[in-house]
Design a protein. Structure first.
Length: 247
């Protein structure tokens, strides 16, 4: 089968099934795995599909958010965020060294960690204050106070993170999509989140269901870079690239 014929066949299979595996395409076209992977790379570069681990999926209908969500938007889905935070906090053991990101969902974790004996590091002044009020051991990163927030960002914060090794990292994001991964509107915040993830043995993204299919300016991590904890998974195709816990 010629390359153009294989491309048409791949796209036809995607239109019928939304997600296809390399092995299925090999059986359908009679081509080798290496050939199919090259075909998928070519079609992905043309913007006709999204490559995922072991295959491909259809292009997502993505909503682009250019700016940071306002306070009213961030405060939505309070019940869902509370469930997510409770599940995340239950993963924290007494011997853990934990990084807690900024964001409303991660902030909810503080109420469930008041008796924890873990060591905490955070870039959120609010979260540090809440943990300190419960007499938890917490370190606050140094750096620049992000305008309009109580979050620490900047080069000094990045350098501070290099002094730590975490057993668990909990992050928030403004959007998640198959093609662009986990995103946030602020490149400085994205860099800090990425650095924190690189210092951790395990990384968890706390994502309420409204954020799936949304893309913002800066990518934090690809979809397989963290485990997702969410209230509801809107589309099963995310399971092809990430481990997801829905609570």
């Amino acid at each position: 089968m010629l390359a153009e014929q294989r491309a048409r066949t791949i796209l036809q299979q995607l239109s019928q099934h939304q997600t296809v595996s390399v092995m299925d395409l090999c059986q359908t076209t009679g081509a080798s795995e290496a050939t199919i992977r090259r075909d998928l790379n070519a079609l992905a570069s043309q913007g006709k599909l999204v490559k995922i681990h072991g295959g491909a999926t259809t292009l997502e209908e993505e909503e682009f958010w250019a700016r940071e969500p306002d306070l009213a938007t961030k405060q939505r889905y309070a019940r869902e965020k509370e469930r997510i935070a409770r599940c995340a906090a239950a993963l924290v053991g007494e011997d853990d060294v934990v990084f807690l990101d900024t964001g409303t969902t991660v902030l909810h974790m503080a109420n469930h960690l008041k008796d924890s004996k873990a060591l905490f590091v955070t870039s959120s002044i609010d979260l540090a204050g809440m943990l300190s009020a419960h007499e938890r051991k917490v370190y606050l990163l140094g750096g620049i106070l992000k305008p309009g927030t109580v979050d620490i960002v900047g080069a000094q914060a990045l350098n501070s993170l290099r002094d730590y090794n975490f057993t668990k990292v909990f992050l928030g994001a403004s959007g998640v999509s198959v093609s662009q991964g986990f995103t946030t509107p602020d490149p400085e915040a994205a860099a800090l989140k990425e650095m924190a993830a690189s210092r951790g043995q395990s990384c968890y993204m706390l994502i309420d269901s409204s954020k799936f299919g949304r893309v913002t300016a800066a990518t934090i991590l690809p979809l397989d870079g963290a485990q997702i904890i969410t209230d509801r998974l809107p589309d099963q195709k995310y399971l092809d690239s990430a481990q997801v816990t829905a609570v």
